[in-house]
Design a protein around this ligand. Sequence first.
Ligand code: SLL
Length: 152
Amino acid sequence: NKRIKGLSISRPIYYGNTATPLNGKKASNSDHTHKWTVMLKGLNNEDLSYYIRKVVFRLHETYPNPLRTVEQPPFELTETGWGEFEIMIKVHFQVATSEKSVTLYHHLRLHPYEDDVNGQPWPKDKPVSSLIYDELVFNEPTEAFKEILAKN
Ligand code: SLL
Protein backbone atom coordinates (compact mmCIF):
# COMPACT_ATOMS: atom_id res chain seq x y z
CA ASN A 1 0.00 0.00 0.00
CA LYS A 2 2.33 2.67 -1.30
CA ARG A 3 2.14 6.31 -0.26
CA ILE A 4 2.22 8.89 -2.99
CA LYS A 5 5.14 11.25 -2.37
CA GLY A 6 4.48 14.93 -2.79
CA LEU A 7 0.71 14.56 -3.07
CA SER A 8 -1.68 16.20 -0.67
CA ILE A 9 -5.45 15.90 -0.91
CA SER A 10 -7.98 17.91 1.02
CA ARG A 11 -11.64 17.41 1.71
CA PRO A 12 -14.02 20.11 2.96
CA ILE A 13 -15.84 19.57 6.25
CA TYR A 14 -18.23 21.51 8.35
CA TYR A 15 -18.41 21.10 12.13
CA GLY A 16 -19.80 22.72 15.24
CA ASN A 17 -23.11 22.94 17.01
CA THR A 18 -26.62 24.30 17.04
CA ALA A 19 -28.52 24.97 20.28
CA THR A 20 -32.10 25.85 21.23
CA PRO A 21 -33.31 27.11 24.60
CA LEU A 22 -35.66 24.71 26.40
CA ASN A 23 -37.68 27.65 27.81
CA GLY A 24 -39.18 25.69 30.64
CA LYS A 25 -39.88 22.58 28.52
CA LYS A 26 -37.21 20.79 30.55
CA ALA A 27 -37.92 17.99 32.99
CA SER A 28 -38.70 19.44 36.41
CA ASN A 29 -35.85 17.62 38.12
CA SER A 30 -33.22 18.99 35.75
CA ASP A 31 -31.28 22.24 35.55
CA HIS A 32 -30.77 21.87 31.80
CA THR A 33 -31.50 25.03 29.85
CA HIS A 34 -30.67 24.06 26.26
CA LYS A 35 -30.93 21.28 23.75
CA TRP A 36 -27.93 21.11 21.45
CA THR A 37 -26.49 19.08 18.59
CA VAL A 38 -22.80 18.77 17.80
CA MET A 39 -21.99 17.55 14.30
CA LEU A 40 -19.39 16.82 11.69
CA LYS A 41 -20.73 17.06 8.16
CA GLY A 42 -19.69 17.21 4.56
CA LEU A 43 -20.65 20.13 2.36
CA ASN A 44 -24.24 19.99 1.12
CA ASN A 45 -24.87 17.16 3.55
CA GLU A 46 -22.57 14.87 1.62
CA ASP A 47 -22.35 11.47 3.31
CA LEU A 48 -18.77 11.17 4.59
CA SER A 49 -18.90 7.51 5.51
CA TYR A 50 -16.99 6.43 2.39
CA TYR A 51 -13.84 7.61 4.16
CA ILE A 52 -14.92 8.29 7.77
CA ARG A 53 -15.57 5.22 9.91
CA LYS A 54 -16.65 6.80 13.18
CA VAL A 55 -16.58 10.00 15.17
CA VAL A 56 -16.03 10.13 18.92
CA PHE A 57 -17.32 13.20 20.75
CA ARG A 58 -15.81 13.79 24.17
CA LEU A 59 -18.17 15.80 26.34
CA HIS A 60 -17.58 17.63 29.63
CA GLU A 61 -17.03 15.31 32.59
CA THR A 62 -20.35 16.45 34.12
CA TYR A 63 -22.06 14.23 31.49
CA PRO A 64 -22.61 10.55 32.11
CA ASN A 65 -20.43 8.48 29.73
CA PRO A 66 -18.73 11.55 28.28
CA LEU A 67 -17.18 9.60 25.41
CA ARG A 68 -19.88 9.24 22.77
CA THR A 69 -19.16 7.24 19.67
CA VAL A 70 -21.16 7.65 16.48
CA GLU A 71 -20.45 4.91 13.97
CA GLN A 72 -22.98 5.85 11.33
CA PRO A 73 -23.76 9.02 9.45
CA PRO A 74 -25.01 11.55 10.26
CA PHE A 75 -22.04 12.00 12.58
CA GLU A 76 -23.86 14.04 15.17
CA LEU A 77 -24.98 13.91 18.76
CA THR A 78 -27.88 15.60 20.50
CA GLU A 79 -27.92 16.32 24.24
CA THR A 80 -29.33 18.77 26.72
CA GLY A 81 -27.37 20.76 29.29
CA TRP A 82 -26.80 24.03 31.06
CA GLY A 83 -23.27 25.12 30.20
CA GLU A 84 -20.79 25.72 27.43
CA PHE A 85 -17.57 23.73 27.23
CA GLU A 86 -15.03 22.44 24.77
CA ILE A 87 -15.94 19.30 22.88
CA MET A 88 -13.22 17.09 21.49
CA ILE A 89 -14.16 15.56 18.15
CA LYS A 90 -12.03 12.62 17.15
CA VAL A 91 -12.43 11.53 13.56
CA HIS A 92 -11.52 7.94 12.69
CA PHE A 93 -11.05 7.06 9.05
CA GLN A 94 -11.99 3.86 7.26
CA VAL A 95 -9.30 1.23 7.71
CA ALA A 96 -8.71 1.06 3.94
CA THR A 97 -7.49 4.67 3.97
CA SER A 98 -4.48 3.90 6.25
CA GLU A 99 -4.98 7.33 7.81
CA LYS A 100 -4.49 8.11 11.49
CA SER A 101 -7.34 9.70 13.38
CA VAL A 102 -7.65 13.49 13.50
CA THR A 103 -8.74 15.49 16.53
CA LEU A 104 -10.77 18.69 16.28
CA TYR A 105 -11.94 20.96 19.07
CA HIS A 106 -15.16 22.87 19.22
CA HIS A 107 -16.40 25.29 21.86
CA LEU A 108 -20.04 24.32 22.41
CA ARG A 109 -22.06 27.47 22.09
CA LEU A 110 -25.45 27.88 23.76
CA HIS A 111 -25.87 31.66 23.84
CA PRO A 112 -26.05 34.30 21.12
CA TYR A 113 -23.06 36.63 20.76
CA GLU A 114 -23.27 40.43 20.80
CA ASP A 115 -22.62 40.41 17.06
CA ASP A 116 -25.62 38.22 16.34
CA VAL A 117 -27.88 40.45 18.33
CA ASN A 118 -27.19 43.59 16.29
CA GLY A 119 -28.97 45.95 18.68
CA GLN A 120 -32.09 43.75 18.79
CA PRO A 121 -33.08 41.37 21.55
CA TRP A 122 -32.48 37.78 20.48
CA PRO A 123 -35.87 36.00 20.10
CA LYS A 124 -36.08 33.59 23.00
CA ASP A 125 -36.86 30.49 20.93
CA LYS A 126 -34.36 31.21 18.21
CA PRO A 127 -31.60 28.63 17.85
CA VAL A 128 -27.98 29.74 17.86
CA SER A 129 -25.33 28.02 15.83
CA SER A 130 -21.59 27.93 15.72
CA LEU A 131 -20.42 26.02 12.69
CA ILE A 132 -17.18 26.37 10.84
CA TYR A 133 -15.90 25.24 7.48
CA ASP A 134 -12.54 23.60 7.47
CA GLU A 135 -10.71 21.03 5.46
CA LEU A 136 -9.07 17.75 6.25
CA VAL A 137 -5.69 17.57 4.57
CA PHE A 138 -4.14 14.22 3.78
CA ASN A 139 -0.43 14.31 3.03
CA GLU A 140 1.08 11.49 1.02
CA PRO A 141 -2.09 9.38 0.92
CA THR A 142 -1.89 5.75 -0.11
CA GLU A 143 -2.93 4.72 -3.63
CA ALA A 144 -5.91 2.95 -2.08
CA PHE A 145 -7.10 6.07 -0.29
CA LYS A 146 -6.58 8.23 -3.36
CA GLU A 147 -8.84 5.86 -5.27
CA ILE A 148 -11.50 5.91 -2.57
CA LEU A 149 -11.55 9.70 -2.72
CA ALA A 150 -11.53 9.81 -6.50
CA LYS A 151 -14.57 7.53 -6.74
CA ASN A 152 -16.69 9.75 -4.51
C1 SLL B 1 -19.27 25.98 32.96
N1 SLL B 1 -17.04 25.17 32.63
O1 SLL B 1 -19.11 26.04 34.18
C2 SLL B 1 -18.36 25.04 32.18
C3 SLL B 1 -18.83 23.64 32.33
C4 SLL B 1 -20.56 21.97 31.86
C5 SLL B 1 -21.93 21.77 31.29
C6 SLL B 1 -20.11 23.41 31.66
C7 SLL B 1 -24.04 18.85 32.20
C8 SLL B 1 -25.38 18.32 31.94
C9 SLL B 1 -25.68 17.20 32.88
C10 SLL B 1 -23.73 20.17 31.54
O2 SLL B 1 -24.51 20.87 30.92
N2 SLL B 1 -22.45 20.54 31.72
O3 SLL B 1 -25.70 17.48 34.09
O4 SLL B 1 -25.97 16.12 32.42
O5 SLL B 1 -20.10 26.65 32.37
